[in-house]
Ligand binder design. Structure first.
Ligand SMILES: [Mg+2]
Length: 400
């Protein structure tokens, strides 16, 4: 099997309501849908972060390197891209652009062999995957959707999700928006409402200074958190806070590539990594990350940055084949109003089913792809580092 062509289509899909985080708001998701064509007529599909800039890398640089290569020879393909990932200030191919193409190669391979991607990764060891409910403070949405701006309103939203999607094992509270003392009240309310076995994670995206982090997390210790993600910025800041508090730390900000793992562990900055199939350069490199993490006894959870159905399928296959990943998955899926696959995913008992394949086991809905590509052309990239309602506000790290 040989790659003959690669296509990339950016799409934008709106959120139910604008989600707030420390650097701005997420009004929707912009993703690039990738299709890898082969000489055998098999077309693999993939998805990754970003719009035109990603699509341009995919259809220019990635295609130039990959045309004529065999998707089965993944090692050979990765070896061709490896150098691009190691010099970040010069690279014209970011790991996430490659990841979208690589995902499509796994899908093509699965389709050729008539096996699910999980089988190609070592075997489907779990057929259903646990999620936490990923919760954000948010502005009001259209059609009378109320804002989430207090501990009670966030609890109410979680209860709605629980009613619809059924009993999540836990929740992740996205913080860094309101004064830290107010967000502590939200954590407290969830712990008091759901008891000690409910998994509770908190992520202020480095909105807190080292001293605010120490002060607040000392108070948070009593609420038995599963982990806190990036309370403060950089490996050094994380290490100084972690020395003072007993809560495990995870990151998707201070350790984002392999070479940063050992220094962070030596400094005692992290207990876990939020791995991401896109930002860590695809499924094969994420397998490597699982190996590194297991060897160093670092925990792993899955990071979410507004994936649609193709990426969600890839996450499900990946987690099902790697039992070292024991923390439930983060996903924005329930905040997004639509998808571009023919059978969108649904939570049942706080879980999603791993598609049976072949390949990723999901198909593109052509009408929806067209509709949301048109939306992308009209609206451009969703800019999350900005809040139109606060024109004079400048997002800074730290903010509190
Ligand atoms: Mg995070």
């Amino acid at each position: 099997m040989k790659i003959t062509d690669i296509k990339a289509t950016p799409v934008t899909i709106p959120m139910e309501a604008p989600l707030r985080w420390s650097m701005g708001i997420e009004t929707g998701t912009t993703r690039t849908i990738v299709e890898v064509h082969t000489d055998e007529g098999i077309v693999g599909i993939g998805e990754t972060y970003g719009g035109d800039s990603t699509a341009s890398v995919v259809t220019n640089q990635c295609k130039a390197i990959m045309k004529g290569l065999d998707p089965m020879e993944m090692g050979k393909i990765i070896a061709r891209f490896g150098p691009y990932f190691e010099i970040p200030y010069e690279t014209s191919i970011p790991p996430h652009a490659f990841a979208g193409v690589e995902m499509a190669c796994w899908d093509a391979l699965g389709k050729k062999l008539d096996r699910p991607v999980a089988s190609l990764l070592g075997g489907m060891q779990r057929s259903e995957i646990d999620f936490i409910s990923y919760l954000f403070y948010r502005y009001e949405g259209k059609k009378g959707i109320p804002p989430i701006d207090s501990p009670k309103s966030m609890l109410k939203y979680h209860q709605r999700l629980d009613d619809e999607g059924g009993k999540f094992l836990g929740a992740k509270i996205k913080g860094g928006v309101f004064p830290p003392e107010d967000e502590l009240e939200t954590v407290k309310l969830f712990r008091e409402t759901y008891g000690n076995r409910f998994l509770l994670r908190f992520d202020p995206n480095a909105a807190w200074s080292v001293e605010t982090s120490i002060r607040m997390l000392k108070q948070m210790e009593q609420y038995n958190l599963e982990f806190v993600e990036d309370p403060t910025q950089y490996i050094e800041g994380m290490a100084r806070v972690r020395k003072e508090v007993s809560i495990p730390f995870s990151t998707n900000m201070c350790v984002i590539w392999f070479n940063q793992i050992v220094p962070a562990v030596r400094l005692g900055a992290i207990d876990m990594i939020q791995e991401d199939l896109h930002f860590w350069g695809g499924l094969a490199l994420n397998r490597k990350l699982v190996g590194v993490a297991e060897t160093m006894q670092l925990g792993l959870a899955i990071h979410s940055d507004r994936e649609l159905g193709i990426s969600t399928a890839a996450v499900l296959h990946f987690v099902s084949a790697h039992t070292y990943l024991t923390h439930p998955i983060d996903s924005h899926y329930h905040h997004q109003l639509d998808d571009i696959i023919t059978e969108p995913f649904q939570y049942k008992n706080g879980r999603m089913k791993v598609p049976k394949g072949p390949g990723l086991g999901v198909e593109i809905d052509r009408k929806k792809l067209e509709k949301y590509h048109k939306a992308y052309r009209e609206q451009g990239d969703v800019n999350e580092f900005y809040d139109a309602r606060r024109p004079n506000w400048v997002p800074t790290m730290p903010q509190f």
